[in-house]
Design a protein around this ligand. Sequence first.
Ligand code: MEV
Length: 365
Amino acid sequence: MFKRVEISAPGKLILCGEHAVVYGRKAIAAAINSRTHLIATSTTDNDTRNEFILNLNDISQTITINQASFKSIQQSITSNDLQEILNHVLNSSSNESKHYKAIIFMLLSNRGINWDIFCNLTVNVSSEIPLGSGLGSSASFSVCISAFLLILSGKVLLKNEWSEHELELINSHAFCLEKIFHGKASGIDNTVATFGDYILFEKGEIVKFSSNQKLPLLVVNSGMPKNTMEQVLKVRSLYEKQTEICEHIFDAIDKIVIDFLRILRHNEANVAIASDVQDLITMNHGLLCALQVSNLGLNTIVGLAEQCGFAGKLTGSGGGGCCLILLRSNEDSMQMIEKLDEMRFEHFEVANLGSPGVRVDDVVI
Ligand code: MEV
């Protein structure tokens, strides 16, 4: 086994297509260079502790699993089917935290995990991704936990480069964890955290691609926590009342995604392209407003960017979280940044869109 393992997975930015993707349209997302880190250490002395410990450092929560609960979890259902196990975990009446349920799911879907190894592990998870901001912090957590417990079960090997099959296994388990955290989800967030780079996503199918276009982006946090499940349900209830109009909105978003993709795959950068991207970003935000997932804070950020000549949109589920603003290399963004600072909006520039997906950063045997 190992003395210490470090695994990390990136956060993500949805460039365009959020919400419409839940209804079978396309979306584009890219991995960012902020990551969640999982560090597992194994007690090496003979004095075994007999308890698994998971420290969620960013939310000051600790999950412990002793031998009795390990056994009772494993005996609670006999199925090996991921969906059945997920339903079992979701329907269990216990008021345990979602993080605890995530671990239960992984233990049920990976019965090969050996208690003698498990009970000596201390796992620390911390993230550079602001929590609840729509930048994929929960998906990167799900992917790290999924990869780590699949390694413990022996289904995924402890090595630097994972095969497509191993990545798919990590992703499918992480998708189930995302459903524990957010209810109905398209799977785009966990897919980006697993595979990294740029992802075109449609009906669960993914196309991974790279882009030579430099998209200098400023990510601005509205400071309001967002709740993906709440926003997805909000769009669902609007869809049920205004189905035809929503279908048209989703189609318009889909067309934006197709044009955005063409630009990202284009090898040259020029002024016409920059102006097209501006239009696409602005129109996508307008359509998300029509779906009622924007709010005063997000509209203030986008409006402020527009006043200074920049295009912006909310990114992720909305209702809070972040906006992205397209910067242009030849335009001075100082005035806009000063205004954002005056209004105390936190912001950071995204370097390296298309960062690597989940990986083992370090192993000490
Ligand atoms: C959330 O990051 C993106 C949504 O489209 C939901 C999803 O795709 O799961 C709002």
